[in-house]
Design a protein around this ligand. Sequence first.
Ligand SMILES: [Zn+2]
Length: 753
Amino acid sequence: MKDTPDRPNQSRLIDLFVIEGFALSSMNSIGMAGGQPWQSKYPPGYPIYNDQGDAIMNTNPAQVLTFEMHGTTLRLLLPSLNLLTLEVEGETWFSGGEIGHPLWEVLAVDEGGRQVKLHGDAGTASAEMLAGVLVLTWQGVADAATGAGPFDVRVEVRPTGKAPGITGWRIAVNNRSAWTLWSVTFPQLPHLTPSDDAEADRLFFPQGWGTELVGWSKMIDLHRAYPRGWDFAMQLVGYTRGARTFSLATHDPALTTKRFVFTHREKLATRWADFAVISYPEGMSTAGNSLLQEYDTIVAVQPGDWYDAARLYAGWARHQSWACCPQVPRAADDVQGWQVLQVPDKPMDTWAADMERLAEHVGVRLGIQYYNWHVVPFDTSYPDYFPPREGFKGLATRTQRAGYLTMPYINGRLWDINAPSWPARGAERYAAKGSSLRLNPLTLFNYREEYGSGQQLSPMCPTTAFWQDTVIDLCTRIVNELGCDGVYIDQIAAEGAMLCFDRTHEHPIGGGSFWLEGYREMLRRIREAVPSAYLTTECNWEGCTADYDGLLMWHSLGSGLIPLFPAVYAGLAKTYGCQFHAGDLAENDGAEFASRMAMLFVWGAQLGWGDLTLLLDPQYALLLDYFTVLCRERALQQATFTAGRMLRPPAVTLTRQLDTSEASTGAFDAALAPLTVFASVWQHPSGDGATVFLVNPMRDQVQVDVRITAVECANMTVGEPLQGEISMRGTSGNPPAFSAVLPPLGVLVVPLG
Ligand SMILES: [Zn+2]
């Protein structure tokens, strides 16, 4: 716990606090101990509950404290300091109902496995304003019936940033008990009421590229673990109501283990949504562990939408070392797209010949991610990948000569408990260990995962030198013995940080930042061992931004996607690929494939990530040309995509032309491939000038009207399109705008300056 700074004198407090309906002289009438300063501890047993233990309506306005901080108004109810309302510039965003809602919840666990949840009404609370910071304290939080506690809790809320409506919240929980502190839920923000037009409200969260669910009835509840790049890549969630957006973001540089919670409920005619963050402290399962948050959780209400929330988060996130500071400088790369090469699918010679034909056609550099290059079956006997299949080294060499970057698959987390090396090397000792909810558990267990191979795979603890050495050895052998250019290290940015309770590992027990630190150290050591290696991983957990040459976005597809991740990390994170299958080429004129590649292109990712040799079939000639054009355009714009910033996406309206072009091979099914043109605006790395990217993935010619809404582009001049054959009419000014006719499968690149 931090020491409490000196209290200001009481006359200053009178200025700072607004006590509704009562003068300070009336304080005794609501039960304050006579003669004490009013902000001192409130007497226990304050009548907030009736005889049956039910909460009763609390109507005395003198029991409400109101705090105003740069546009944010907090109303708290005495004596528990439960939240009554959180308002921003007069608009209520959260309300705790008549009895208020606890701002936090502490979960304590004892040796017998008893779990006790504690809140502010179990302690003695006080509130004061110190140098512009609201300081709330609860002393002696305890449960008499079970003996849980005591805990002392301190919450600070401070205005942050220049814009109104943005506050930073942090909590410290001092555990003075013989119980273990298992989790702390804070802040708990209750009962956000949707707008009158709830089907226009929007929930967004960092799943994949970013996901936005439009409409109350389309929203889902979230209880997402962080870090876990598979479905929660950044520490940010938000809700847009009309022209304003609420966002909740933890600015935690250590990326400690936590969960983000969103629930929405409906009862009779009432709808409400709750937000919360659950933190897992260090020392879980040991007695007397505490939690001290040394970072702010940002509670923000801003004008605008998800993009504005992303930029607020980016203002903090882009300066963190795991985002901006590679531990070892990475070489520039010129890979524009990716082939997934399943080695057993074709004879080696056929693969090599097909890949050579593909390279010749595309004409810019591609990479190959090799799967099943090893003899053991997929997801089986890991990490015993060696020996490789016979002839694999020759295939790798031949494709390398054809210009490809060669990159075999390994898994960066898992050990098969039936691999011969599991008992031989004593690997279990270094596996991440779970625990029951228990103080001083007698038995831990190594986590097990299964991915369809029927094998039990155990995630390894990345802090152990044993696991780091294992992965370093694999990477070294793949580069040095097989002659490959790099290694794809699966799951590191995809799967969650496990709570590890193994006291023989050299890290704090339970929660904390060791998952990030272990993986960063592993990567640093791999690059030390094989400095030239091109290293990529699965999904886009932000903690891998600076250390990897590519983050594979294969999992992020379908409806509701928004470029939330590039809005934060463009120019720092390198992303690549979206999975596609043969059916995505064959059905509906390949509309699905074309749409996915269009999305990757405008969002700055390297293209592909499927079997591109399928495109060599003459029936897909148009799709192969389209893919080739995208790759070549990307090569021309590489500097912008790798070091520029993604600006607010432009407003695009389009009219499909009725006279479909000759390129169309059949009726267009809008239900299968919705009428969509993909568009983005990127600021150049110098900050001077920008470029608009448009891709029409459809087999119909379309007219688009494009309005550049990014403030950075106000008053810029619309330049001549780089595709001279495309007819375009532009108007400069604020906002710059233009109209163009995009041919089927057409790409348009327009400079702004
Ligand atoms: Zn561990």
